[in-house]
Each structure stands twice: as structure tokens, then as C-alpha cells.
Design a protein around this ligand. Structure first.
Ligand code: IPM
Ligand code: MG
Length: 354
């Protein structure tokens, strides 16, 4: 397996170092990885003036999988859009065609009290948000800025989905539901948006091929409300790029910390890009306090989805559970009675548990 390792910015390099430690530990058990590093985001801009340097994209295309840290930093906030770190991330997703973004939200028993909600609302929660990742208002054209007839500045974007884009993500959603509890809730804003009306129509059509899956539809505003009211009603949530971005951050807080949540972004052949769902957290970068578990768990998702190593993926997930059960916590999930550890120590503990 050749893995492109793109640590990125902020806490990216620190958390990635821990995931790499975990992969290296597995090498001792006979797995073969070739890791190759490349810059992305602000680091790409610093190295080559481009948040997605040519060489990085080339490496990502050649690799069997891409493991990514996070991008973004204050220093880059004033750059023009094309050069901003986020642009590098959006481009690599688009260029690799990783349209299916799996964002599991799982509440570990040990962390049920870390949530800001009532523990009983989230205890045992296990939902999968499937976010379409390469379409929607993120990429729709035209977009831009202009001056209107009144001499006022205007900004505009285009929300757009084609039938084929909706159909392929819907299929992934139904397939995932089939391996879980056979419930799929498609989230849209079909009471207002044309895009969403087509979305609902196409998802329903695909649903006819999956009579064993209970399909429901929900408006996104209601979904946001239901996610905090009674999140356990959901199994798989299928939604577009923008709604998925928002709902997955919200769902992360059900689990106590966004620092715990991994993600997988897959193309048609399940090759993928794996990254924590949190950002680069420049405010805590370099302090050895960031939670590396989301990145470590992203590496586990890589082993599951791209390498077909389900058992090894589970071994990592079990190791993370063990470390939590032992009471080790980074600052974001710390609570009275547990032991606060830094990024490095958390990574080492997972390696030990393995
Ligand atoms: C995410 C992030 C990105 C997105 C940003 C950094 C461009 O919020 O992965 O959820 O909006 O997709
Ligand atoms: Mg987001």
C-alpha cells in the first residue's frame, strides 16, 4: 500500500505524527505501507505558492489512499480565494472524485458525559452521516462577486446537482444502510429549493431498488432540530454537500468532541481520502494538546474501506476504546477523575494498547 500523507497546517502535523506511529506499529505485524509526505493547504502555499501543489496532487493520484491532517491558518485568511488553504482541500476532493463522504458519529460509553446534552439523549448513539462531497453550492457555477444596478456589491453562488450525482451518492447511502440498521433518512430543503426537489425525486427512484431499506425524507431545518432532540432516531443520514457540512459539525457535538470524529471520502472504486472532520485549530497548534484520536480513527477507516482490512481497522478502534477506558483524555474530552494527557502521550497509549 502506498499512502500519501498530507499533514497540512495548524495541529495537522502533530496529529498526523500519531496516526503514522499507529500505522508503523502495524508494520511490525506484517502490514506493508509505503508512506510519502507532501504539503497541502497553507503548507502547500508556503512551499509552492499553491494550496494544492502539482506534485502533491500527482502523489495523491498515484497513492492507494490519502491520509490528510487539516488545513488553514490565520496567516492565510487574507489570501485570494484560489490560494486559500481551504481551496486546496476542496480541489483535492474534486480532483480525486471522492464524492462519498462518510462521517460516523459514535458515542463512546466512556465519553457519554463529555456531551453538552443530557447523557441519556446520546448514550449508545451510532449514526452515519453520508455527505455528498464534490457537488452542490460548493462547486456550482456561476459564482462570484459583482456590482448591481444600484452600485451595491453582490455575492452569488449556484446550488446545483445533476441527476447522476444524486443517484450515485444515493446508491452509496442505501448500500451503507444495508450493512447497518436498514434506515436511510435523506435530508433536503425540498419545500423551497429546486435542487432539493430533484434530490428527493431521484433518491426516491433509487429507493425502489432497495425495498428492504426504510427510506424517509426530512427537511434540513427539522433535521437540525431532531439531531439534538432525539438523535437516536437516525441510522444513516444522506445529504448534500452544504447541509452535510453543517449537520456533521452539529452531530460531532453529540459525541462530546469534534476531536473524536474521523471521516472517509470515497470514489467509485472505494479509493479514498481520509481525514478528521475537525479543522486545523491554529490557536492550539504546536502545543501538544490536540486530540489525535480522530486522525488515528481516520487511519482505521482507511484500512477498512480502501485496504479491506476490517479486522485491523477494528483493532485500532478497540485500542482507542481501551485507552479511553483507562481514563486517558486530551484536554477537549477531559473531565474530573480522568488523566489529562498530551497529543504525543495519547498516540503512544494507542500504540501500546495495540
Ligand atoms: C469540512 C470543512 C471544509 C468543508 C472546509 C475546511 C472547506 O468544514 O471538511 O467539513 O466545508 O467541507
Ligand atoms: Mg465542515
Amino acid at each position: 500500500m502506498k499512502i500519501a500523507v498530507l499533514p497540512g497546517d495548524g495541529i495537522g502535523p502533530e496529529i498526523m505524527a500519531q496516526a503514522v506511529k499507529v500505522l508503523q506499529r502495524l508494520v511490525r505485524d506484517g502490514l506493508k505501507f509505503e508512506l510519502e509526505y507532501a504539503p497541502i493547504g497553507g503548507a502547500g502555499f508556503d512551499a509552492c505558492g499553491d494550496p494544492l501543489p502539482e506534485a502533491t496532487l500527482k502523489l495523491a493520484r498515484q497513492a492507494d489512499a490519502v491520509l490528510l491532517g487539516a488545513v488553514g491558518g490565520y496567516r492565510y485568511d487574507k489570501l485570494p480565494r484560489q490560494q486559500r488553504p481551504e481551496r486546496g482541500l476542496l480541489r483535492i476532493r474534486k480532483e480525486l472524485g471522492v464524492f462519498a463522504n462518510l462521517r460516523p458519529a459514535l458515542v463512546y460509553a466512556e465519553l457519554a458525559h463529555a456531551t453538552t446534552l443530557k447523557p441519556e439523549v446520546v448514550a449508545g448513539l451510532d449514526i452515519m452521516i453520508l455527505r455528498e462531497l464534490t457537488g452542490d453550492i460548493y462547486f456550482g457555477e456561476p459564482r462570484g462577486r459583482r456590482t448591481n444596478a444600484k452600485g451595491e456589491r453582490e455575492g452569488f453562488d449556484t446550488m446545483l446537482y445533476s441527476e447522476s450525482e444524486i443517484r450515485r451518492i444515493a446508491r452509496v447511502g442505501f448500500d451503507i444502510a444495508r450493512k447497518r440498521h436498514r434506515k436511510l433518512c435523506s435530508v433536503d430543503k425540498a419545500n423551497v429549493l429546486e435542487t432539493s426537489q430533484l434530490w428527493r425525486e431521484v433518491v426516491s427512484e433509487v429507493g425502489k431498488e432497495y425495498p428492504d431499506i426504510a427510506l424517509s425524507h426530512m427537511y434540513v431545518d427539522n433535521a437540525a432540530m431532531q439531531l439534538v432532540r432525539n438523535p437516536k432516531q437516525f441510522d444513516v443520514i444522506l445529504t448534500g454537500n452544504l447541509f452535510g457540512d453543517i449537520l456533521s459539525d452539529q452531530a460531532s457535538m453529540l459525541t462530546g468532541s469534534i476531536g473524536m470524529l474521523p471521516s472517509a471520502s470515497l470514489d467509485e472504486r472505494s479509493k479514498g481520502l481520509f481525514e478528521p472532520i475537525h479543522g486545523s485549530a491554529p490557536d492550539i497548534a504546536g502545543k501538544n494538546i490536540a486530540n489525535p484520536l480522530a486522525t488515528i480513527l481516520s487511519a482505521a477507516m482507511m484500512l477498512r474501506y480502501t485496504c479491506n482490512l476490517e479486522e485491523t481497522a477494528q483493532r485500532i478502534e478497540q485500542a482507542v476504546k481501551k485507552v479511553l477506558a483507562k481514563g486517558l483524555r486530551t484536554a477537549d474530552i477531559f473531565q474530573e477523575g480522568t488523566r489529562k494527557v498530551g497529543t504525543e502521550e495519547m498516540g503512544d497509549a494507542v500504540v501500546d494498547a495495540l
